[in-house]
Design a protein around this ligand. Sequence first.
Ligand SMILES: C[S@@+](CC[C@H](N)C(=O)[O-])C[C@H]1O[C@@H](n2cnc3c(N)ncnc32)[C@H](O)[C@@H]1O
Length: 261
Amino acid sequence: MTEVKFEGETGRLHRALAQCHDMVVRRSAVFESLNLSTGEKVLDVGCGGGFYTYEAAQFVGSTGQVCAIDISEDQIGAARQKCTDFPWVECRAADVLDLPYEDSAFDAIYGVQVLEFVANADDGLKELLRVLKPGGRLVILSTNWNSLVWFSTQPERMKKMLTAFDQHAPYPDFPAELPSKLRKIGMKAVIQKPLSILNMSYNENSYSYWIAKGIKQFVLGRELVDVAEVEDWFEEFEKLEREGAFFFCSTSVITEVLKTS
Ligand SMILES: C[S@@+](CC[C@H](N)C(=O)[O-])C[C@H]1O[C@@H](n2cnc3c(N)ncnc32)[C@H](O)[C@@H]1O
């Protein structure tokens, strides 16, 4: 397993990704599940550049509080800057495995594409439930990477790239593992909802445009596939776009959990 650090170029890439239209739609779906109210105290786990934090701040308003944590100092710096107009937002560098909060501190907690990166995700889940109030809501969004269908005229090369990319996280199909992880700690998902992204076009407003850059960076940085092969894989997308033949479809899952006691 080769751990991803969301610093420097990787951090910048993820902040650019967070601004594309597909991610705006994703944020809207997560907030629909969270159903935040004015005055609530909410925790954004693995907040990245603070794009969700910024919106959560507006849902809870100045009588509420948003605490945002991330293990990356770079991302926390960016999140703090993004939310500078909201004094009720507190951004701190912290690990989900050791949260700097009291038991039962939050009405709602969410983590988007985070727990799959945490080797001991079971302990991460326990820690989240510790700081959630009884009756509080936990919303987790992650992607089942094996749900991905991405057209290439060279399917074997595509398979090789995606297999190499599976090493980006300890749990590349986290939503599929989550129900059993929850059961182990005496919890149960209230609901799991699929959220698909389908790109028939390859441009800066599409998820796949940024994911292709991220996969290329990851695979090249760890020398998992031959450089020329990675470049050819990457360059094919512009060609497919010109021919009207680009197709990318992946499914993420929103998991809602209610802490009963
Ligand atoms: C794919 S990014 C998602 C960022 C943000 N939630 C979003 O969707 O825009 C994953 C984030 O989780 C953070 N992260 C990874 N492991 C973590 C841990 N153990 N504790 C806290 N944050 C962590 C990373 O630093 C990174 O910013």
